[in-house]
Ligand binder design. Structure first.
Ligand SMILES: Cc1cc2nc3c(=O)[nH]c(=O)nc-3n(C[C@H](O)[C@H](O)[C@H](O)COP(=O)(O)O)c2cc1C
Length: 212
């Protein structure tokens, strides 16, 4: 995988990402670095990471990543989403202990550190019921994932752990997230500095068809 290359590009990418945090029309069209398109390189080299160094992502970096998230396109600019970021090891350890009680097999993996695929920082994405809110939250998450990857930060989208978080057993931890009335946690994204370099999973190009 091109992870080292991505790290080398991160300074340039950081300049690009600066525009995520800005308002107004300051977006620069250039995305070329040494003849390579940095955005396409970032998209094509990203992989889900499930083994991390056990140090949380600094909060100012997570703030930037989250601001890239909320700059995603969203239906009628309703911004009907919430991002709750957890980097407290006590929260992660506590809910993981409950999870392992219910799913003892999960902890049999020698690399198992926590239920969020071992990520030290977890962003929970919540939305209300509504026709576009799921789409909006998906676009938000991908912005966060790609922004992170461009800065050498790995991630993994997580559906399974959120099913557990939304169950009765984990109610105390869900309450700690302080999700707004009418909102539900749809999924989570684990973030961290990668301790593995996964191979690309195959993609089926036949899913792309031009209609004449
Ligand atoms: C909605 C959604 C839910 C996912 N849930 C999990 C999960 O619970 N556990 C996990 O390890 N990976 C999860 N993934 C990651 C996928 O397994 C991964 O994106 C897919 O296998 C493609 O691999 P890649 O991301 O490395 O390209 C999820 C991804 C998405 C988009």
């Amino acid at each position: 995988m091109n992870f080292k290359k991505i790290l080398g590009l991160s300074a340039f990418a950081a300049v690009m990402l600066g525009s995520c945090a800005q308002s107004g029309n300051e977006v620069k069209p250039e995305s070329e670095d040494n003849g390579k398109n940095v955005v396409i390189e970032t998209i094509m080299s990203r992989r889900s990471v499930r083994d991390y160094e056990q140090r949380a992502i600094p909060r100012d970096t997570m703030q930037l990543i989250a601001e890239c998230g909320i700059n995603a396109p969203n239906g009628m600019n309703k911004q009907d989403w919430e991002i709750k970021i957890v980097d407290d090891p006590g929260f992660i350890k506590g809910v993981t202990e409950l999870y392992v009680k219910e799913n003892p097999k999960a902890a049999e993996d020698p690399k198992f550190k926590n239920m969020f695929r071992n990520a030290p920082t977890v962003a929970f994405i919540a939305a209300p019921e509504g026709s576009y809110s799921g789409i909006n939250c998906g676009l938000l998450g991908e912005n966060m994932i790609l922004a992170a990857w461009s800065m050498g930060i790995g991630s993994c989208c997580l559906g399974g752990p959120v099913r557990f978080l939304n169950s009765e057993v984990a109610a105390d931890y869900l309450a700690k997230l302080n999700i707004s009335e009418g909102y539900t946690v749809l999924y989570a994204i684990g973030f961290g500095y990668p301790a593995e370099s996964p191979e690309a999973k195959p993609r089926d190009n036949s899913k792309i068809q031009f209609v004449d």
